[in-house]
Design a protein around this ligand. Sequence first.
Ligand SMILES: [Zn+2]
Length: 138
Amino acid sequence: MTEILFDDDVPREIKGAALPIVERWAWLVPQWCLWLHVGNTTVLPENGGYALSTTREEYRFARITLTPGWLEEAEREREFGIVHELLHIPIAPMHQLMGTAMEKSENEPYKALVEEQWRKAMEGAVQDLAHALVNHAH
Ligand SMILES: [Zn+2]
């Protein structure tokens, strides 16, 4: 069972809005992920997203970071954003494998092309799954 750990500095209103969503969808987190940290940032991300995640399978944890726009979104969008990030966790080892495989390539243009296509394919799959799950649940 994954332990959900909010950072101490997450504002009460953000934790209050995020915790029920994270708990509702925690079953998406693979069993090897023992700790799911949830934090927030006041820095807007470059890609404009309202949540982001990092996964460290080898240390058995993942982290979701909510950005300033997250709380401003409608409840359905907030849920969608968190489900999207939770879906990145089981996919992260595959994503990291591609990164490791590409490190061996010395063909920089090819490497950049494959990495970008792989990123798009992964984001598309995560987005489609998140939409399907959230729409099915409502
Ligand atoms: Zn994503």
